[in-house]
Every structure is written in structure tokens, then in C-alpha cells.
Design a protein around this ligand. Sequence first.
Ligand SMILES: [Zn+2]
Length: 304
Amino acid sequence: MKYIIIDLEWNGASTQEGFFNEIIEIGAVALDDAMTVTGEFQAFVAPKQTRKLRGRIKELTHITNDDLKNADGFITVFRKLKAWIGKEEDNCMLSWGNSDITVLYENLKRYNLLDEIYVIKHYCDAQLLCQKAADISLAKQIGLSAFAELIGVEIGEEQLHRAINDSRLTAKCLARMFTPALYAEFAKKADRIFYERMNFKSYNLQDIYDEQVIFSDFMAECPVCGTFMKRLSRFTYRNKKHYARYCCALCGRQFNISHTLKITYDGLEHKKLFHEIKDEEETESEEQTENTVQETAQPEGSGE
Ligand SMILES: [Zn+2]
């Protein structure tokens, strides 16, 4: 397997066809099965759609308009990258977080070159693999340099937020954390479904009568005694959740249940959260109680 660690820099700007993250630099490092560097790729890309670099991008990357003046356009650079990847060997592309692969897809789409993305056979999020290996919750998003520091990988003098340097640093972190088991856990076949899933925008459903909703999913068992509960109120929708009040026929406990209906690539996801209603007084000022809880969750000035 050939592992290709990629990092992109891009310039985001409004264009006639909407906001576009236009790639301005591609950096990549190739690793073999022993995690040894076997090659590198670096190229600037002359922006065609967004023209001038945004100030923030110039500051962050130190890439100048001059650097890009004599660069090839995206199509030429991508075809050079493709040739560098080669097709003799099975490969897997890795990047720190999935935004690089998303932006690569966006750029290929803009130039009607989506078919060429299949030069990449598998994809693996190096950030997920590394964080899991370091026993860091995947819910957290650790930046590349912060992670490198954490595991004691030398960052060196090189300018970060430059594609080639970031891919070298990712490669160093990966070489340190890689195991075949973790790879098997996070690598995915980079087929059409992979990209469809990647580009799918999940959303919360407001209409409980939508045809995707299964109405029996609104039934709930009492979390204390396991008996099916009776719904006492209609549903109200707020904060992207559907709320209703339920009562257990056996033990008499009452609950406010929030239902979250989320449409994902794989279909409807129905999540329930139970809040027990302790006594009548509380239920009357339910709205207020919830607000108070939110406020006290972040106390100000702990006196230290
Ligand atoms: Zn019960």
C-alpha cells in the first residue's frame, strides 16, 4: 500500500457560482508500508476563480500573489499529482481532518473532473487515527501542531500552514501512531458513496408528519420500570427538538421527552432524551427551570 499524506492551502472567496474554496497549494508526502518517506510533491496553483488572496490567507500561509503568478492552473497541477501518485500500486490518501479531501472534491467538481478523483483508492482521516491512538476523545478536534507537540514530534523551524510542511508533519505524526488495526478502523474505500456521504448535509426535521418519520418511534418506555408510557401532551418544537410529556401507567412517573429527528445520509436518526418531572410545581414553570439550568451551568467568577 502506498500512503499519500496530503495537505492543501486554499483561498475562499465569492464567485459568480457562489462561495468557492480555491486550492492554491498542494503538498503531499508518500509513505510505504514501513511508514518510510518515499517521495514528496509540492506545487502552487494559480487561482483562476478567486483572483486576489485574502489577507488572512496571506498572513496564515505566507503565500504571496507573486508565488502564484507563474504557477500552473489547477487542472495541470492535479494531473501532475495524479501522475506522481501513479496507478501501479493500491493507495490510501490521508489528511489531518477531512476538510482537505472535501475541498479537493469541490475543486475537481468545479472543473468537471470528478471522475479523476478515483485515482485515490482509499481515504483515511489521519486526525481520527492519531487521536484514537493517543487516547484522545474523537469529539475533540486537536490541531496538527498541537498534536505533534503533545506526542513530542519535533515541529522544527519550517513555516506551518504551508501545504508541504503540514503534510511532512502529518506524516511524522502518522508514522509514530500508525497500527494496522487503527488503519482498518478508519480507512474507507474512496468510492462514489464515500463522496456522497462526505458531501451530505444532515439536517433536523421539523415536520413530524414527514413521510420519513416512523410514528411508533415516538413511543417510549419508562426508564425506571420499563413500562410503555402514555403521551399526555401534543408535541412542541423548539431548539430543533420535539418535546412532549409522557406518563408511566405503572409507576406514575412523568417525563418530558425531547425527540431529535435528524436526516443523515443513512436516513432518519431518532434520538430521545428523558427529563423526569419531579412535581407539579416544577412542571408549571418548566420553561423557567430549563433556563435556570442553562444559566447556572456556566458560573461566572468562581472567586479564585
Ligand atoms: Zn414506570
